[in-house]
Design a protein around this ligand. Structure first.
Ligand SMILES: *[C@@H]1O[C@H](CO)[C@@H](O)[C@H](O)[C@H]1NC(C)=O
Ligand SMILES: *[C@@H]1O[C@H](CO)[C@@H](O)[C@H](O)[C@H]1NC(C)=O
Ligand SMILES: *[C@@H]1O[C@H](CO)[C@@H](O)[C@H](O)[C@H]1NC(C)=O
Length: 200
């Protein structure tokens, strides 16, 4: 095989590998932990959901002090009324990852009494594999309207613990890009080594 095409083939394979490493993980709330929104940031989850770009197969990561909170996926009906008695899925380990494996609306909140009512809840619209969105159901429309109402900041809350060591979405995208560049650099070095080996 001529050198140039060997190199091109290798680079193409490595590019595919770098690209096909599964979905992106979005840390819920950006730099803030998963908690009741503080009085000075009552719409933190609304703004966060507007700021991210989801794909089918991505995942969500909820970070919080275990034992003080949890993360649950619930139905549209349940979130509209903050009825958390029968979640679809509950994780409580403090580092909870939910896979967005089905297109359509997905709803998340906490089962700690009062937390949903105080705005610790969110709604996400997961696109189909081809990037189109499913039309909302009647229950979805009710739930979306309920979530869009930011609760009045009833009492001053202490600031959310900041997860300084955690990357926000933008940083992790930058890290992904840096990772891809590193893979390509390694590919180039490997190709060069192979070519030198073949030549000698
Ligand atoms: C809450 O949801 C559960 C399970 O869906 C249901 O049985 C219960 O009646 C609901 N409670 C209220 C107050 O609507
Ligand atoms: C999410 O997907 C990952 C990787 O595919 C898998 O290891 C994990 O068990 C899944 N988690 C859930 C809650 O389904
Ligand atoms: C995208 O996928 C959905 C569901 O998989 C399908 O109903 C829809 O027709 C597709 N749209 C296009 C433009 O391919």
């Amino acid at each position: 095989m001529p050198r140039a095409s060997a190199l091109a083939a290798l680079v193409a394979v490595l590019l595919l590998l770098a690209h096909g490493c599964g979905g992106e993980t979005h840390k819920v709330g950006g730099v803030d932990a998963w908690a009741v929104p503080p009085a000075y940031k009552p719409d933190v989850y609304l703004r966060w959901t507007r700021s991210i770009h989801l794909k089918l197969g991505d995942s969500l990561m909820f970070l919080y002090p275990p034992g003080q909170d949890d993360a649950v996926q619930v139905t549209a009906r349940a979130i509209a009324s903050c009825n958390v008695s029968a979640p679809l899925r509950r994780l409580a380990d403090g580092n909870s990852v939910f896979n967005l494996s089905a297109p359509g609306r997905a709803y998340y909140t906490s089962t700690v009494p009062g937390h949903c009512q105080k705005g610790q809840r969110l709604s996400l619209d997961v696109p189909t594999a081809n990037g189109t969105y499913l039309p909302p159901t009647a229950d979805d429309l009710v739930a979306i309207a309920a979530i869009a109402k930011v609760p009045p900041a009833a009492q001053p809350t202490k600031p959310l613990p900041t997860l300084a060591s955690m990357d926000d979405d933008e940083d992790s995208a930058a890290a992904d890009r840096a990772g891809a560049v590193a893979v390509l650099a390694a590919a180039a070095a490997l190709s060069f080594a192979l070519l030198v080996f073949v030549d000698t």
